[in-house]
Ligand binder design. Structure first.
Ligand code: ATP
Ligand code: MG
Ligand code: MG
Length: 398
């Protein structure tokens, strides 16, 4: 991580872009970057600052993300289409190299944290519906208006919109931005005089205050106990992380998506398109409703993760049509000429509706309604899957 070519080690109070943005606290990180809450001293608002690792490939990915997010922002001047808004970008030189930085609007917790707050029990169907609407608006915009495939839709990459918006209401949110690096904090130098000692104590308090007032579901300044309660939280959310996204007409062949959210056509090495995002969407929605991943493949004895994954899909969704099973560059590795898996012979069929009732204690009505929404999106034939716009019209959401 924090070495040449890797992450930039920022600290609260550090300034960026000629002093305009001041780092407040770390919001999250990924394989490519660390993301900080920062204060924009020019426009007097909080923003998110994504500081990319510095090595060439990461820089390249950041430039690509900037290109796509610029198109996103340009096509959505009112910022109402449920995709994160890019505000600025610049380069920052540090001890580990030169880092491309993206400034985006500040958002709240990821859906992954939301699932965890609920101790993996699911967040309730009305909240799931609310989130579905936002994500589908975002996907419809990306797919139909921009021609972008996200390729990495998953709970970590969908963030709630903070209800208390510190950029609009810093007073009510009770959060004072840090404008300087706290003196003599854990990173600081020796304490000599009495006044420096006082400064050090004050700085420690400042740091403690920041870490108590964690940025959570309610946004900056929300109380810790409110983090666990979902009542009164708007379920508006936005799609983030365009590091792997691509223009549909310039897609690179090969493996896309995070394992558990990966579409069958990607696993077997067949062509993919917007409908691969729809598959990930359905996997994510199941997880929101139940707290468990829909498919969590493992390496098993005598089979690899891909084969286990395909087997899990067929156990829940029925057999993959032979035509689809044989359509990929890896088809012959996994399937025999009858379209059966070569190395996993006995499948235990457990259809989606039954899983919802028998494992997750859904009522028959809830299970049928929900499965009715999800099943068509989990069609093995990519062209049969409904588009985001079609999903928005589904009875389950209306
Ligand atoms: P990945 O390894 O998934 O590609 P990445 O390095 O590209 O990650 P992001 O996914 O963009 O980074 O961001 C990492 C994390 O930072 C997110 O999962 C989220 O927790 C937090 N984050 C990102 N953008 C924002 C934002 N605008 N507001 C608040 N938090 C954010
Ligand atoms: Mg990410
Ligand atoms: Mg990324």
């Amino acid at each position: 991580g924090y070495r040449k070519g890797g992450y930039h080690a920022a600290r609260p109070g550090d300034r960026f872009a000629g002093g305009r943005f001041v780092a407040q606290r770390k919001l999250g990180w990924g394989n490519f970057s660390t993301v900080w809450l920062a204060y924009d001293t020019l426009l007097k608002r909080f923003v998110a600052l994504k500081i990319q690792k510095s090595a060439r490939d990461y820089a390249h990915a950041a430039l690509h993300e900037i290109e796509l997010l610029s198109a996103v922002a340009k096509g959505d001047p009112t910022n109402s289409k449920c995709v994160v808004q890019l505000l600025d970008h610049f380069k920052h030189s540090g001890p580990n190299g030169q880092h491309i930085c993206l400034v985006t609007e500040f958002l709240g917790d990821s859906l992954l944290r939301l699932i965890r707050y609920n101790r993996n029990k699911g967040i309730g169907l009305s909240r799931v519906r609310e989130i579905c609407r936002s994500v589908l608006v975002g996907l419809d915009y990306l797919h139909r208006e921009l021609g972008i495939i996200h390729t990495d839709l998953k709970p970590e990459n969908v963030l709630l919109v903070s209800t208390i918006n510190p950029s609009k209401d810093p007073v009510r949110s009770g959060f004072t931005p840090i404008l300087e690096r706290p003196v003599g904090n854990q990173y600081g130098g020796k304490v000599t005089s009495f006044s420096e000692k006082m400064l050090k104590i004050r700085a420690r308090r400042a740091v403690a205050k920041i870490s108590l007032r964690r940025v959570s579901l309610g946004g900056v300044g929300a109380e810790v106990e409110k983090e666990r309660s979902l009542d009164g939280i708007s379920m508006k959310c936005k799609i983030v992380d365009f590091g792997n996204a691509c223009w549909a007409d310039q897609r690179l062949a090969g493996e896309i998506q995070t394992r558990e959210y990966r579409a069958p056509e990607v696993i077997i090495g067949s062509v993919y398109s917007y409908s691969a995002d729809m598959w990930s969407f359905a996997c994510m929605v199941f997880e929101l409703a139940t707290g468990d991943m829909l498919f969590a493949p493992k390496n098993c004895q005598g089979c690899n993760e891909d084969e286990d994954h395909l087997a899990l899909m067929m156990e829940t969704l029925g057999k993959m049509p032979k035509k689809i099973a044989s359509s990929g560059t890896h088809s012959k590795v996994y399937f025999d000429r009858h379209g059966d898996l070569k190395r996993i012979r006995r499948l235990k069929f457990w259809p989606l509706e039954r899983v919802l009732v028998e494992r997750y204690n859904f009522t028959e009505t809830d299970a049928n309604g929900f499965a009715d929404f999800l099943r068509p999106i989990l069609d093995f034939t990519p062209e049969n899957r409904p588009t985001a716009a079609e999903c928005l019209k589904h009875a389950w959401l209306n």
